[in-house]
Design a protein around this ligand. Structure first.
Ligand SMILES: [Zn+2]
Length: 227
């Protein structure tokens, strides 16, 4: 199995290639037995090496002297709250961020929204980046979901592994782009609850997309505790 430091670096580079990050924005982590491995503070997709990621406990003790991403608290709080989350991708990708700047959720405009665990992808309210308060609002917006938008900031997704989280991030960005295109062209018809439920049932028996929503089948185990 690919070492966690390398999983983080490869996922971060893949996000860069996909145009999902600009400069040093965005971060990636995977859960480990000790806590998590997360992208270092201020890294970029062009410069990160296979060993640059920082291993740390979920209460914030890094191994070594490299500073973790400024959003480590949000990643740690999500791992603490959702035991099934094994990897996390956070980006400021264009379409998700544009929608988040409207402070709007991504509604049931397309059946693929069910991939993220519900009939919409919520938008967590704006709070300052890198704070325990941001961790709190993200954990709350992820109840029964594997993705949420972060108002005036970006998005965050969880996955069953690094590849799943990467796929989730790319899928969410594509859906946000499609929704904004539809909105620009007119008023999209939203699917009904029954139509979304039928799509969910279909996914249970159809194709690889049934791997959906690794994270959040239940209430969080505990809300971010160090707020
Ligand atoms: Zn951010």
């Amino acid at each position: 199995m690919t070492p966690p430091h390398r999983q983080v670096a490869e996922t971060y580079r893949a996000l860069g290639r996909a145009g999902m990050n600009t400069g040093a924005s965005g971060n990636v982590s995977v859960r480990t037995r000790r806590g998590m491995v997360i992208t270092p503070s201020g890294c970029s997709a062009e410069t990160i090496t296979d060993t640059d990621a920082v291993e740390m406990t979920l209460d914030g003790k890094p191994r070594g002297n490299v500073a973790p991403s400024s959003e480590w608290f949000m990643h740690a709080a999500i791992y603490r709250a959702y035991p099934n989350a094994a990897a996390i991708v956070h980006t400021h990708s264009d379409a998700c961020t544009a929608l988040a700047c409207l402070n709007e959720k991504l509604p049931a405009f397309h059946y693929m929204i069910t991939r993220f665990g519900g009939d919409d992808v919520r938008c967590a309210p704006y709070v300052t980046f890198g704070t325990p308060a941001l961790a709190d609002v993200a954990v709350a917006a992820l109840i029964d979901r594997s993705a949420c938008l972060l108002a005036n900031h970006g998005m965050i997704v969880t996955g069953a592994n690094a590849d799943d989280a990467l796929t989730a991030a790319l899928t969410l960005e594509a859906l946000a782009r499609q929704y904004l295109l539809a909105r620009a062209a007119g008023k999209p018809r939203l699917l009904t609850r029954a139509e979304m439920q039928a799509a969910r049932e279909r996914f249970k028996t159809y194709g690889p997309a049934s791997n959906a929503s690794a994270a959040t089948k239940s209430k969080p185990r505990s809300r971010a505790t160090a707020a």
